[in-house]
Design a protein around this ligand. Structure first.
Ligand code: PPE
Length: 321
């Protein structure tokens, strides 16, 4: 299928690398019926010094936290999971890729009680281009406010990156696509701005950079945290706030953040142009700093990049010379 998943060669499963085509599960596994899975999405970028994973530590920490919230004991510790991600990238000889660790309840018995089912850990890597289309990063995307809300507090835990949360995300995404938009922005059950189906959101209003707080049913995004730190570095204050829906229509700039979406400008919301109707200057400044860091052009002052190889691989010209 055009645009379908591009297979890599190996997938990590409970400590072993297995062929991509053999990474299958039984239809009566617990996860298939009750969405009993937590996962991560991480990017590995091509840099001059070889491939490097962006904020691996924070992603693994969130994975471990997601599993903890759902009482899923993982057989591997934090360092073991980090190393497993790196091993999977090396086994597939990827220069850059998306990394998808997945922890789920496997095959044993069915019925809501998940506790008897074994915990399976998989890590897949594949090439993933620009999430909201190749032009999105420069041109911006056209989005709509969803009629679907994010899950209320104390229903589906927002801080856990759990498969079940993405049934809600799929409703938001499908509705937006059906109506001709690239993405939907969901409100929380109080009517405040929450996030996109797979992205956090930021607004620039009167020179301030605002993002919904963790109480607004948002995933604690690692790109969100990155942008807050980079905004401070560029001399802005990025603050968490309760954001009323209508602020979306009067903001000077609005953009999405996420591992897959990176920093994607929003150029219209419900057909109302955002600011000047294209990427704004603060969004652009944040993007430039972000890509300089993740692609290794700027010094890694925050220690956010984990090299995939401990030694810098020789370039073709060094080898030849
Ligand atoms: N909110 C949601 C609901 C979400 O899924 C993501 C990531 C974010 C915010 C941003 O979080 P972070 O990646 O840590 O900055 N969405 C992942 C999955 C997307 C998908 O289609 O699958 C991602 O970007 O990897």
């Amino acid at each position: 299928m055009a645009g379908g998943l591009k297979a890599s060669s190996k997938i990590w499963h409970n400590g072993e690398l297995i062929p991509w085509d053999e990474a299958t599960v039984h239809v009566c596994s617990h996860v298939m019926h009750y969405a009993s899975a937590v996962f991560e999405g991480i990017r590995c970028y091509k840099t001059e010094n070889g491939p490097a994973v962006f904020r691996l530590e924070e992603h693994i920490k969130r994975l471990v936290n997601s599993a903890r919230i759902y009482r899923m004991p993982i057989d591997y510790d934090h360092d073991g999971l980090e190393e497993a991600c790196l091993e999977t990238i090396r086994a597939n000889e990827m220069e850059s890729c998306y990394i998808r660790p997945l922890v789920f309840r496997g095959y044993h018995s069915l019925g809501v009680n998940p506790l008897p089912c074994p915990i399976e850990v998989y890590i897949a890597v594949w090439e993933w281009g620009k999430y909201l289309g190749p032009e999105a990063l420069e041109e911006g995307v056209d989005v709509t406010v969803s009629t679907w809300q994010r899950a209320a507090q104390n229903t589906f835990p927002g801080l856990a990156k759990c498969a079940a949360n993405y049934m809600n995300a799929q409703l938001i995404k499908m509705e937006a696509l059906e109506h001709g938009y690239s993405e939907g922005i969901a409100l929380d059950t109080r009517g405040h701005v929450s996030e996109g189906s797979g992205e956090n959101i930021f607004l620039v209003y009167d020179g301030r950079i605002l993002t919904p707080s963790l109480a607004a049913s948002v995933l604690p995004g690692i790109t969100r945290d990155t942008v807050m730190k980079l905004a401070a570095e560029l001399g802005y204050t990025a603050e968490e706030a309760d954001i009323p829906r209508e602020m979306l229509y009067i903001a000077d700039e609005v953009f999405f953040t996420g591992t897959a979406a990176e920093i994607t400008p929003i150029r219209s919301i419900d057909k109302v142009p955002v600011g000047i109707g294209r990427r704004g200057p603060i969004t652009e400044a944040l993007q430039t700093r972000f890509f300089d860091l993740v692609e290794g052009r700027a010094e890694d002052v925050y220690g956010w990049l984990t090299p995939v190889y401990s030694e810098v691989p020789e370039t073709a010209s060094q080898k030849a010379g």
